[in-house]
Design a protein around this ligand. Structure first.
Ligand SMILES: [Fe+2]
Ligand SMILES: [Fe+2]
Length: 220
């Protein structure tokens, strides 16, 4: 059986994630390393488990989460689409049933907010998990200056972020703890507006409402 553990031990997967990180380093982009892959894998699986999906779907969620940014090894541009194809071939080599390879491919191909849309349970969970990983550790240059761009400033301000599923209220929340001295809530909304809209559509597909809590205040 192919699991997250299988991928963590697979030389090809590790090489592609590391190459992707190298490329984004060169572009001075936020961190997209094994850390991000592992967090998104865990959160996608956790989300699917908490909304009551069967173990098989939870496992595919972890796989999709771990592989979702693998396309960065080719180029940042269209990385969701290239990543989907790469993941499909890797999973086929590992003998995952082709229907499951295709499900993972579709979820990865739709995770980017520029062109992607939630098209399946798997893709919806992946989108919410991916967009919720905002954290200061993702910024390479941690020295704040007047030149720090808004993306880095928002990430730098976040001390903690996590997902919370409330099955009674049918709500999935991204919970964020930020340092208000580094970025304002308005900064957050300025750059995450598209991502939040995508998360709302994703939660809707799962039969839930999407919420955002920043420093104990519900924003959405
Ligand atoms: Fe991505
Ligand atoms: Fe990502």
């Amino acid at each position: 059986m192919v699991t997250l553990k299988t991928l963590k031990k697979d030389a090809e997967v590790q090489a592609l994630i590391k190459t992707g990180e190298k490329q984004l380093d060169a572009m001075a982009y936020t961190e997209h390393s094994i850390r991000h892959a592992s967090i998104v894998a865990t959160w996608t699986g956790m989300l699917l488990k908490e909304i009551g999906m069967p173990e098989k779907v939870v496992n595919l969620g972890e796989i999709a989460g771990y592989l979702h940014d693998i396309g960065n090894s080719l180029a940042r541009h269209e990385h969701a689409v290239t990543g989907g194809i790469l993941a499909y071939n890797i999973l086929k080599r590992l003998k995952l049933p082709v229907e499951d390879c295709a499900e993972v491919m579709m979820a990865i191909g739709n995770h980017d907010e520029k062109y992607g849309i939630p098209v399946s349970v798997l893709s919806a969970a992946l989108i919410i998990a991916d967009k919720s990983d905002v954290h200061r550790s993702r910024v390479k240059d941690k020295l704040l200056s007047e030149d720090t761009n808004i993306h880095d400033r928002v990430n730098l301000a976040v001390n903690r972020s996590y997902l919370n599923v409330n099955n009674e209220e049918k709500r999935i929340d991204t919970v964020i703890e930020t340092d208000p001295l580094i970025c304002t809530v308005a900064d957050y909304f300025e750059i995450y507006d598209t991502r939040m809209q995508m998360c709302s559509k994703a939660a809707e597909l799962l039969g839930y409402k999407y919420g955002l809590i920043i420093n104990n205040v519900r924003m959405l």
